[in-house]
Write a protein of this length. Sequence first.
Length: 114
Amino acid sequence: MDHILKAIINSHIIIAYDFNNIGFISYNVTNECFVGFDYSPIAEKYIWILYVWVSSECRNKGTAKLLYEYVKNHGSKLEIKKIWLDIYNSNTKSIEYHTKLGFIPEITLYVLNM
């Protein structure tokens, strides 16, 4: 993307920026279970997306897609087969975006408000 001048990679935090706009993605490579403390490790390592953020000026310009492509390429080099992330049901924009990227819902967490 021509609006992205540099990508800085440091400890699984990738930052894409130009002079005024910024976006980043933070992720882990792990086989630890991401739900609960008493579950056993997952058989194969996977990438867990911790956080993605793109400034409002960079949205709809391919910034997030570029960041995800980097993570996917890094995962391919490590022979990782899955990328996981969580999205609140109320975040419909994120659900729509990640669905367009090919993500599908696989688990559901339930909450009881007290």
